[in-house]
Design a protein around this ligand. Sequence first.
Ligand code: CTP
Length: 134
Amino acid sequence: MKQFKCAITYGTYDLFHIGHLNLLERIAQLADEVIVAVSTDEFNALKGKRTVIPYPERARIVAALRVVDQVIPEMNWEQKTDDVLKYQCDLMVMGDDWLGRFDFLKQYCEVLYLPRTEGISTTIIRETMPVKNG
Ligand code: CTP
């Protein structure tokens, strides 16, 4: 029996890397069930972002992890409260780059910001990938 029954977390999970895995493994140590809301391509477009890997592939990669029980699409900023209530989550976790941003959920569940893995991010990988010519 773990500290929490159901944890939810949100993210893009583009070019899946060790920082993503470290975070999801830590969440799995805290909760019996782990739900990951992966942002859709449409939601990223709304944020002015474009991923390298399309949503169906990002979602499949995350869903295939042993530490993840369910993947749902993240389609807008407002869905978090509904998700927490719908899936009866007692924990919401994000990396500490989001510190304080989701404190409004504290009326429904515990909100934790875990330290990010240093030295790795999708942006760093993108920037170090060789540019494809022609
Ligand atoms: N994360 C982490 N450690 C990292 C990178 C990400 O703990 N080194 C966490 C984020 O804080 C978030 C989740 O992983 O809770 C998904 O992050 P995402 O934004 O998809 O990944 P980044 O690599 O941070 O992407 P970007 O460079 O586009 O910001």
